[in-house]
Design a protein around this ligand. Sequence first.
Ligand code: ADP
Length: 419
Amino acid sequence: MILGCIADDFTGATDLANTLTRRGMHTVQTIGIPKSEAPQADAVVVALKSRTIPAADAVAQSLAACRWLKAHGARQIFFKYCSTFDSTDQGNIGPVTDALLEELGSDFAIACPAFPENGRTIYLGHLFVGGELLSDSSMKNHPLTPMRDANLVRVLGRQSKHKVGLVPYKTVKQGAPAIAEAYSALKAQGIRHAIVDALEDRDLENIGAASSALPLITGGSGVAIGLPQNYRIARLIPQREGAAPLEKVGGPGVVLSGSCSAATLGQVERFTASHAALAIDPQELGRDPEKTIAALLAWATAQMKTGPALIYASARPEKVAAVQAEFGREKAGAMIEHAIATLASGLAAQGVRRFVIAGGETSGAVVSALKVEALEIGPQIAAGVPACLSYGSPRYALALKSGNFGGPDFFAEALEALA
Ligand code: ADP
């Protein structure tokens, strides 16, 4: 293993594994720290579900993953979080990065969530989503991590006990040597975290080149695009093409959506126009979970005989707010994730092997319920979302989509890609 990665959610892990695979690294994604032997791969992405758990738990899990990766040969550690910097003032990006730095005996890491291909850019430390500041984007209404400040130097500053600095665009655009010099200058000022501006993939490639000697890199999947080249230059990996097609699993396919992100809402609307679809009623679920889940499963089971179907909890911000007011934010999220995960294992018990899942937390819940331990990464379906095939038996074909990823027809495209 050359690169050891720790991802704070499952779809984020898949997104990163997709990037590394496309850039020629043989990559395996594991669900948590593997219990059996380490996979044979250039890069291993350990997927945690630590984005919204208490910071101390996220730190403990991330440190355990880091130790496991180092023990299995990782030369560099990558901490992957969302390209919209999903977090709260309590964490978990700051506390986890602080702890990883200490663990690695290092005193400097970069934080770069830019993902230009998906419209996430950083200028003067401010994160933009498409044409809007993060704080004006739909992320301001995220059910678990509402992002209401676009200034990442400030956001990370509230989460970390150390000073946060910036490598501004005027430096980044000068290329890798200037970026590396900026790292040294920040370190000399006692700054441990640097938000790094990036507008295009070329910037990310330069940031990657400048970061070849850093024990810890943090960011979105975008900043990983520059890393494989470092390992090729160091002759650690050969020249390779991207992902090979995955083995087919066949059978019926289902879409399960627990994401309330704007892109997902559009995808739900598009898919329901021409496919069987059923909405989960959170109020009903709260009143009688068992009965509600049984009814959903019965409906899905019947649908699977005729073609794909969608079951979704996805709802607009007003509806989400009403549900959260009734049950509490975390309880509502957990209750819905549990329902979708139970539904997935119920369908799997009936032989369904193709699952398209929308939502990072939701994907985590489903993959755990299916007892998936590791994923082989296949060709890309949409930016940041590859087709995946679980190891073990039975094998599931999975598309794990982070909320805001994918075009309007993503669900149909993903079912097709997993066919
Ligand atoms: P994304 O990738 O879009 O962030 P996630 O699955 O990570 O999606 O997070 C969405 C959260 O919102 C989950 O915890 C999910 O259970 C919760 N959720 C889904 N639908 C609703 C709803 N109608 N009301 C309240 N919470 C919801």
